[in-house]
Structure formats: C-alpha cells, structure tokens
Design a protein around this ligand. Structure first.
Ligand code: HEM
Length: 149
C-alpha cells in the first residue's frame, strides 16, 4: 500500500515533468515561432517558464524523494541494474533541470525585461537544447525503469 502510494507519486511527478517538456518542445515552441514575433514570443516564454519551472521543481523533488525511498527499501545491492541506471539518469536530469532553473532562466528573464531580444533569443536557445537533452534522458530513464521488469 505504502509502496503503491510512493510509486503513484513517482509516476505522477515523471508525467508532469516529462509531459510538460514534451508539450513545450513539440507543441508550444513551433506554434509560438509560427504566430508571434520575438518581442511577443520571448516574453510569452518567460511567462510560461515562470509558471512551469516551479511545478517541475516540485515534481523533481517528488521523483527523487519517492525514488530514493523505494530504492532504500530494497537496498542498492539487491536493486536490479535498471534501477541503478534510473538513479544515475534521474540525478543527471535533475542537474540539467537545476542548470535551467537556477542559471539559464534568470539570465533569459533579465534579457527579456531589458528588451534585449538578441540576447534573450540566445538564452532561450540554450534552454531549448537543455530541454531536448532532458527529454532524451527522460525517455532513457523510462526505458531503464521498464527494463527492470
Ligand atoms: C533519483 C532518481 C530515481 C530513483 C532513485 C528511482 C527509483 C525507482 C524505483 C525504486 C522504482 C521501482 C518501484 C517498484 O517497481 O516498486 C521506480 C519506478 C519507476 N520510475 Fe523511477 N527513479 C528515479 C527517477 C526516475 C525518473 C526521472 C523517471 C522518469 C523520467 C522515472 C520513471 C520511473 C517509472 C516509469 C517507473 C515504473 C517502472 C515499472 O513499474 O515498471 N524514475 N523508480
């Protein structure tokens, strides 16, 4: 029962985080590029990230806390290889997320506030690359989780 609850929270966190990145990358990004010019598009991204990143931060903490609790119950020595891979990939994804949230996003927001659109576009492109990286790592993490079945 407790384990099911932990797994439920773990999976809800992963859905929110990875699903949010999928929507941003594959749906909002091309739509915003098609419809809006940089002075409108870049502030839209700043406002979107200002809402998404705190939710994603909660999801990351939830995934790490529930994942590590479930892992600790079994013990690292007894855990299947897929769980070791999930731990390593999950920590890597959390590091990439922290880089986006704590370093790249504040710079991007500052450039938008200063209406420095070329600098904001460069900063957004850096964030886009890191989101693409985390999407790939997210898929690998789910593969690692399923491989342990
Ligand atoms: C510190 C990082 C993480 C740790 C320690 C961890 C640990 C675990 C553990 C122990 C389970 C097995 C629960 C069980 O079968 O009873 C699990 C399941 C799962 N985790 Fe993670 N996890 C981490 C990060 C992630 C991330 C980032 C994702 C997705 C992006 C993810 C996706 C999944 C999925 C889909 C399952 C279900 C697998 C299944 O039931 O077949 N995990 N995790």
């Amino acid at each position: 029962m407790l384990r099911q609850g932990l797994l439920l929270l773990h999976l809800l966190g992963a859905f929110a985080w990875v699903g949010g990145m999928f929507f941003a990358y594959f749906c909002l990004r091309p739509a915003a590029a098609e419809v809006l010019d940089p002075p409108k598009r870049l502030p839209l991204w700043a406002a979107t990230f200002a809402r998404f990143l705190p939710y994603a931060g909660i999801a990351v903490l939830l995934i790490l806390a529930t994942g590590l609790t479930m892992l600790a119950e079994v013990g690292l020595g007894q855990a299947p290889l897929g769980w070791h891979a999930m731990l390593a990939l999950g920590l890597l994804m959390a590091t990439v997320f922290a880089q986006v949230y704590l370093v790249r996003f504040p710079k991007f927001r500052a450039s938008c506030a200063a209406s420095d659109w070329p600098a904001a576009a460069r900063a957004l492109d850096g964030i886009r690359s890191l989101v693409a990286l985390n999407l790939i790592l997210g898929v690998c993490t789910v593969l690692a989780a399923v491989s342990a079945r």
